[in-house]
Design a protein around this ligand. Structure first.
Ligand SMILES: *Cc1c(COP(=O)(O)O)cnc(C)c1O
Length: 357
């Protein structure tokens, strides 16, 4: 079998050692003779997993005492409604930036709970850039951004400075770069792109912003209850949390976020350079806003795209086809993707360009 290079957008590549350890834990968890799938979540065995996962997030993000780490059920889409339910009263307004499909979905859910002020949008140009000039009214309850736009390949290079509370969907670039994670009052991320297995959400929340809305929040949706119970209000998605814990351990062993950011930077630079140098290909996102996680590109002659897809497939590349809303190609370069896979893709771009120039 030829080596597989996995550029899937999500669920996506995780470190091979994580797959090995996770498989082992299904058969015999920590030499207990039991599978991780058949032990109580309130046993000390699992409690240690949850505690370590939460501690690793705190360490890797350098979080202060105000920030709590939760692993909650559901995908990022659940957070689209849970965030405004906990933070926004029905007469209040929240500011949202509209930078792609996921932002648009977050806006739709927020409107169920309060008023939404769309302070900027790149919709007119199919979300190919990150808006720079916009104002956030002082009385906005919070400002919501999607730090990386998975489908369009754009990323906020600078986190906007605001006096408002900052809330971010970081599903596709969480723990991929050094930013001031404490400057956010709430961060959420579906785990399946850069952190672990599908089925769990990471939520990092400044506990001081909670408990301010007047509505009654269902028990299971109130962040305060999850904090109170140490992220064990009910049965957590144990296996998904375990895979996150293993991935976080791996990240720490790589040298943490600083080291992975450097590597992510090199990977993206290598691929963008190949795209820019080729006469056949062109990137779709505004250069200043290019994502280091999802690289979107097309062929100037769209009729050749099928041939290139076939060509990379023959060389073991998986997950390169672009999202239907953008077309062309998308290569996702998440933390676990080795630079050697990126080198294979850039070589194929070069070869194909030479053959067809
Ligand atoms: C994938 C993705 C989502 C949706 O995640 P689910 O876990 O499927 O709900 C939301 N936001 C961003 C930025 C994403 O990349």
């Amino acid at each position: 079998m030829t080596a597989v290079h996995n550029f899937n957008a999500g669920p996506s590549i995780l470190p091979k050692t994580v797959f090995e350890q996770a498989s082992q834990a299904i058969l015999n968890f920590n030499d207990t003779g039991l599978s991780i799938l058949e032990i109580g979540h309130r046993t000390s065995l699992f409690q240690e997993v949850m505690d370590e996962a939460r501690t690793l997030v705190k360490e890797l993000m350098l979080l202060d005492e105000d920030h709590e780490v939760l692993f909650l059920h559901g995908g990022a889409s659940t957070q689209f409604m849970q965030v405004p339910m906990n933070l926004l009263d029905d007469k209040e307004t929240a500011a949202y930036t509209d930078t792609g499909v996921w932002s648009t979905k977050a806006i739709k859910e927020a409107r169920l709970f309060g008023k939404v002020d769309i302070v900027c949008s790149s919709k007119e140009s199919n979300f190919d850039f990150i808006p720079k000039d916009f104002a956030v009214p002082n009385d906005s309850k919070y400002l919501h951004i999607t730090t990386n736009n998975t489908i369009y390949g754009t990323q906020w290079q600078k986190i906007p400075k605001t006096s408002n509370s900052l809330v971010a969907d970081m599903s596709s670039d969480v723990l991929s770069r050094v930013i001031d994670y404490n400057s956010f009052d709430l961060i959420y991320a579906g785990a399946q792109k850069n952190m672990g297995a599908a089925g769990v959400n990471l939520v990092v929340v400044n506990k001081h912003i909670l408990g301010k809305v007047k509505r009654n929040i269902p028990t299971i949706l109130d962040y305060r209850n999850h904090i109170q119970e140490g992220s064990m209000l009910n049965t957590p998605p144990v296996f998904a949390v375990y895979v996150c814990m293993l991935t976080l351990r791996w990240l720490k062993a790589q040298g943490g976020v600083t080291a992975i950011e450097k590597l992510n930077h090199e990977k993206a630079a290598l691929l963008y350079a190949a795209i820019d140098e080729s006469p056949l290909f062109t990137g779709t996102a505004n250069k200043d806003d290019r994502s280091k996680m999802n690289v979107c590109f097309v062929m100037k002659d769209g009729s050749m795209e099928e041939r290139f897809l076939q060509f990379v497939k023959e060389h073991g590349l998986v997950g390169i086809k672009g999202h239907r809303l953008v077309g062309g190609f998308r290569a996702s370069l998440y933390n676990a993707l080795p630079i050697s896979s990126v080198a294979v893709l850039t070589e194929l771009i070069n070869d194909f360009s030479q053959q067809h120039a």
